[in-house]
Structures are given as structure tokens and as C-alpha cells.
Design a protein around this ligand. Structure first.
Ligand code: BES
Ligand code: ZN
Ligand code: ZN
Length: 509
């Protein structure tokens, strides 16, 4: 979909629904400049509700007005943004999402959103946030609902009504970026929401391949035979209990020409690694029934990497970026890997298996090794729904970042803050790494109940060399029970915006 930018006066805009986001108003209900003019065109209908106190502009407040002939739109929707000083990306996303959904619900084909005068909302960044909010807000996952009584049409078009004295060109390019980023998040959501019987590893790989062709990414899918040759003993063990074969998905943006030697490359190489467990039953260490629900989302780290790679290609990030997703299904069966097994990973290190439900770290161990040896990156970031422990620590308010490099870790936290996704650092010390040594193998798979998110990362660190590396545990963020103006229950697409924002900022590597 596209979100356009128009400099026509809001009263003159040919739209079916006109959304007017407003920051908190004074008690007098006095309206800011452009809105005062719009109000005049409505014959004072807006001021009527702001001066009476019926609408004050607190965050999340909405009020729908039917207005007369002075305005082209028949409906005007006032949307509260709250305190102007606290205005952030999140609030703009929510306002735009609210506007778009209201239009869809009222069967309005075209919605106009008046770009607020606040500094945060103007120019390229403001338009990006608003456009992104529109596309995120209209998302839904309904392809398996065959029988729907009244499904309002999806065809809502949005136009941002910008002040012509501002940076209109900036707003136009910001709106384009916002749409691309939101569509990338929606792709990640779609993949994660897809039921596991419809999206085993082979299908996930096909979806990645299809996307790669569309946006011009190089793509390579590796099958178990090739992975065996590469020594992927940890990742393949996880998949061996399933009838659905494993796949390694490799997507590459700005791949250097084949002949280029590693040392003479012009661009920096960054690897993004995703956990792609298409369904996590726990394996022989079977999950209890209630804990197995929603385990289709256990490939969300991988979905985020695939979504981010789409945006990275479309917005042409100036680095060599490699997305690597280990796609497997973790099932119990006669061929499943066992507790007490000792596996040999691609790095050569051996792993003592202590719980087959700690499968994600095995997949990542081989993928992380592959990323480093195959691509010699300047930084590696992995994303995974790795531990239940992170949900206990940070809930569904933040993802954990565990890293061997403080500068990289901080750059992720900062990038997240800019785009409206929260990350919080947890420590990784030598005591944690030591804790993961095994009596019979090089490392043991799990570290007990204490500090579960950190010990999982400590395990991973044994498969990471000197390269700056950050591990993002997104188990609490990948899916949500609650809806919001930009989310429906289900997959969130968390991490896509951060990865793009982090690469664009170019800090930390
Ligand atoms: N996929 C789960 C982690 C998870 C739990 C994600 C809840 C989303 C919601 C992971 O594979 C897992 O089962 N981890 C175990 C590790 C333990 C056995 C050391 C866990 O967290 O309980
Ligand atoms: Zn598990
Ligand atoms: Zn898992």
C-alpha cells in the first residue's frame, strides 16, 4: 500500500474521514493555527467540543464529529496525543493506527491525517512514524477465516496532510520509508502467525526465497545433506525428531563480487542471525500442554530477520548485510535427540544435552559459527525467543540484550529507543561462561534455574569468538495477547524496526 503526502488545506482534502491528532489543549480549548482554520470551516464544531472539555487531547482519547459543508470530509475524528513534550514515535504510531482503523470500520476508502504541528510529528521522521502507524494498524491475520459475515474492505488509502511551509519533500520520503518498514514488520508478523502445519522449515525457506526474489536479495537455502557436510551437528539434532526436514536460510544484501578477498572489501559486513523453530514441542523433554500453546511463534527471531532483510534491501542500507535463519521443528519421536546425548557442533565443540526443550541455543550455536567463519563480519546480532526466564525478568515490556561488547549493546538499546522498541542489558561475565562447562563434554546445554536468560547467552558465547556480538532474547516481545492501535493479538514483528534503525545509524560496529 502507499501513504501519500498532500499540502492541501485539511478542509479542502478530498477524503472520507479526516483525522485530526491534537496534543493536550489548554482549558480554554484554544486550537493551534492550522486546526483553528479548519475549525472555522466547520463552523466552530471542533472548538465547541474542546472548549466544553468533551475533548482535551489526552493520549488515546478520540471523538468523532459529523461536520457540514465547509469541509470536504463528512467525518472528522479528533485523536488525543497527550503532552506535547512527551510526544514520541509510539504515540504517533498509535494515532495513525487509530485513524486508519476508524476509516476501515466506517467503510471509508480514504483517510486524511492532519500532520500535527509538534516538532516530533513534522518532517521526515514524523511522516515516517505516521505512515508506519497506518500500515501497522491495518494489519490483521485472517487468511484462515473462510466464513466472515461482515469483513470491512481492506482498501483504505491514507494521505498525510502536511503544512506546505514545512519540509514536504522530507515528509514524502519519510512516508515511503514508513510504509516499507511497516510492511517488513507485517511480513514478520505473517510468518510468525502462520500455523505450524502450514509453515514447516521448508515452507519458511520458500517464503524467504520468494521475498528475496521480489526485492533483489541473494538467497541460499541449505538442506540437511549440505548442513551435515558443514558439521551442523547441533542444529540438525534438534530437527531429527521431526518428519519435516531442517533448512538453513541465508539472505544477502550487497553481496560482494565472488572474487573480492575478505581483506579488501569496501563495505562492512554485518550478520543477523534468527532462531527459526517453526514449532517447539519441547522434544522428548516435552512441554506441559499449556506451555506448548503459541509455540508456533518460536520462529519469530527468524521471521524478524527475514522481515528486516526485506526493508534493508528496499531501503538500500549501505552495508553488506547477511541474514541467517536456522529453521527446524522440535518434535519428540523415536528418531528425536535425547537428553544425555553428546553432540558435535559446527565449531567442533561438543555439547552435553540436558533438556531437549533448550533447542534454540543449539540452532544458534551452529548458525553463529557459520556466520563468523563464512562472512568474517564486523558485528553479529542474533534474535531469538530463547528463554521463558526473560519473560519473568522483563515481562512483555522489553527484550533482553546480552553482549560481549558494551558499545554494541548500547547502540542496540539506543536504536530501539529511537524506533519505540525497548531493550534492557543483562550482564555476561566469566562466571557465567564457566558455569556452562560440562563434566563430559566441552559445554553443557543448560545452566539450571538461576539467571536462565544469561546462562543461555553464556552458552552461546562459547560459539562466538572475538567478534562483537549481541544476543536479543525476544521471548516476551514476539507475540502479544493484547491488541493496541498498531497490534492485533498474535505476532508483533518486534525487532524489525530496531535492526533497520541500528544499521542506518551505523553505530556500534
Ligand atoms: N521457546 C522456548 C522459550 C520460550 C518460552 C519462548 C516461553 C516463548 C515463551 C525455549 O526453547 C525453551 O523452551 N526454553 C527453556 C529453556 C530451559 C529448558 C533451560 C525455558 O525457557 O524454559
Ligand atoms: Zn524449547
Ligand atoms: Zn524454543
Amino acid at each position: 500500500m502507499s501513504v501519500t503526502v498532500d499540502t492541501r488545506h485539511p478542509a479542502e482534502a478530498a477524503v472520507d474521514l479526516l483525522a485530526v491528532p491534537l496534543t493536550s489543549l489548554p482549558d480554554s480549548g484554544k486550537l493551534p493555527g492550522r486546526i483553528a482554520a479548519l475549525d472555522e470551516a466547520t463552523g466552530g464544531r471542533i472548538h465547541e467540543v474542546t472548549s466544553s472539555g468533551d475533548f482535551s487531547g489526552t493520549a488515546g482519547q478520540t471523538l468523532l464529529l459529523h461536520v457540514g459543508d465547509g469541509v470536504k470530509a463528512t467525518r472528522v475524528l479528533l485523536i488525543g496525543l497527550g503532552d506535547e513534550k512527551k510526544l514520541d514515535t509510539d504515540t504517533l504510531h498509535a494515532a495513525a493506527g487509530t485513524a486508519a482503523r476508524a476509516a476501515r470500520k466506517a467503510k471509508c476508502a480514504k483517510v486524511g491525517i492532519v500532520v500535527p504541528a509538534a516538532r516530533k510529528a513534522r518532517g521526515s521522521d514524523g511522516a515516517q512514524a505516521l505512515a508506519e502507524g497506518v500500515v501497522l494498524g491495518l494489519y490483521r491475520f485472517d487468511r484462515y477465516q473462510k466464513v466472515t459475515e461482515d469483513k470491512p474492505s481492506d482498501a483504505v488509502r491514507a494521505v498525510l496532510l502536511a503544512d506546505k511551509s514545512g519540509d514536504v519533500r522530507g515528509a514524502r520520503s519519510g512516508a515511503k520509508t514508513g510504509v516499507v518498514l511497516a510492511e517488513a514488520q507485517n511480513l514478520a508478523r505473517d510468518l510468525s502467525n502462520e500455523p505450524p502445519n502450514h509453515l514447516p522449515p521448508v515452507e519458511l525457506a520458500k517464503a524467504a526465497q520468494k521475498m528475496a526474489k521480489e526485492v533483489g536479495l541473494a538467497v541460499r537455502i541449505l538442506e540437511p545433506k549440505e548442513l551435515e557436510k558443514l558439521g551442523f551437528g547441533a542444529m540438525l539434532a534438534v530437527g531429527q525428531g521431526s518428519v519435516n526436514p531442517s533448512r538453513l536460510i541465508v539472505l544477502e544484501h550487497n553481496a560482494p563480487p565472488k572474487r573480492t578477498k575478505k581483506g579488501t572489501r569496501k563495505r562492512k559486513t554485518v550478520c543477523l542471525v534468527g532462531k527459526g523453530v517453526c514449532f517447539d514441542s519441547g522434544g522428548l523433554s516435552l512441554k506441559p500442554a499449556a506451555s506448548m500453546v503459541k509455540m508456533k511463534h518460536d520462529m519469530s527471531g527468524g521471521a524478524t530477520v527475514i522481515g528486516a532483510m526485506r526493508a534493508i534491501a528496499q531501503l538500500n542500507v549501505p552495508h553488506h548485510v547477511v541474514g541467517i535463519v536456522g529453521a527446524v521443528e522440535n518434535m519428540p519421536s523415536g528418531t528425536a535427540y535425547r537428553v544425555d546425548d553428546v553432540l558435535q557442533s559446527a565449531s567442533g565443540k561438543t555439547i552435553e544435552i540436558t533438556n531437549t526443550d533448550a533447542e534454540g541455543r543449539l540452532v544458534l550455536a551452529d548458525c553463529l559459527h557459520y556466520a563468523q567463519t563464512e562472512y568474517a563480519p564486523v558485528a553479529v546480532v542474533d534474535l531469538a525467543t530463547l528463554t521463558g526466564a526473560v519473560i519473568i525478568a522483563l515481562g512483555s515490556w522489553a527484550a533482553a540484550v546480552v553482549s560481549n561488547n558494551d558499545k554494541l549493546s548500547k547502540s542496540i538499546v539506543d536504536a530501539g529507543e529511537t524506533v519505540g522498541e525497548r531493550y534492557w542489558p543483562l550482564p555476561l561475565w566469566d562466571v557465567h561462561r564457566e558455569h556452562m562447562r560440562s563434566k563430559i563434554a566441552d559445554v553443557r546445554q543448560t545452566g539450571g534455574r538461576e539467571a536462565g536468560t544469561i546462562t543461555a547467552a553464556a552458552f552461546l558465547s562459547h560459539f562466538v569468538g572475538d567478534v562483537p556480538w549481541a544476543h536479543l532474547d525476544i521471548a516476551g516481545m514476539a507475540d502479544t495477547e493484547r491488541g493496541s492501535a498498531t497490534h492485533v493479538a498474535g505476532a508483533t514483528g518486534f525487532g524489525v524496526r530496531t535492526l533497520y534503525g541500528w544499521l542506518k545509524a551505523g553505530k556500534g560496529f
